[in-house]
Design a protein. Structure first.
Length: 110
C-alpha cells in the first residue's frame, strides 16, 4: 500500500536540534526499500495557492494554513499496511520534533 507522510512542525514538540537528522532516516528507509520519494518543502511564505471560482482564477501568495503547525516536508512510503506505516513514521525524526500525518493513497481505480 502507498502512504503519504505529511511532515509538519508543531509548537508542542521538542526543540529542533541544530540540524534535524531526517537524512539518516531517509537513507535507512531507502535501504529498506519502503521510501518511494520525499523532500523538504520551501518555507510557507514561498508557497502559491491557486483556486478557480467560476471563471475566475485566484492566485494568492503564501500557504493556506490554520493554527501554528506548518507543513515542512513529505515522504511517500510503500509498505504492507497501516501498522507498518505507523512503525515507519514512529522512526521519523519529525515524530519527535513535529508530527507525521499518515494518509493512505486512494487509487483512481478503486
Amino acid at each position: 500500500m502507498e502512504f503519504l507522510f505529511i511532515i509538519a512542525d508543531a509548537p508542542d514538540a521538542e526543540p529542533w536540534p541544530e540540524e534535524p537528522p531526517a537524512g539518516d532516516w531517509g537513507g535507512e528507509m531507502d535501504a529498506r526499500g519502503v521510501r518511494v520519494r520525499g523532500n523538504r518543502l520551501r518555507p510557507a511564505a514561498e508557497a502559491t495557492t491557486v483556486r478557480l471560482r467560476g471563471h475566475d482564477l485566484l492566485v494568492t501568495d503564501g500557504a493556506i494554513t490554520e493554527g501554528r503547525d506548518w507543513t515542512v516536508g513529505y515522504d511517500v512510503i510503500e509498505c504492507v499496511d497501516l501498522d507498518e506505516a505507523i512503525q515507519i513514521a514512529s522512526l521519523h525524526p519529525m515524530a519527535r520534533y513535529g508530527r507525521v500525518e499518515i494518509r493512505p493513497a486512494w487509487p483512481f481505480e478503486d
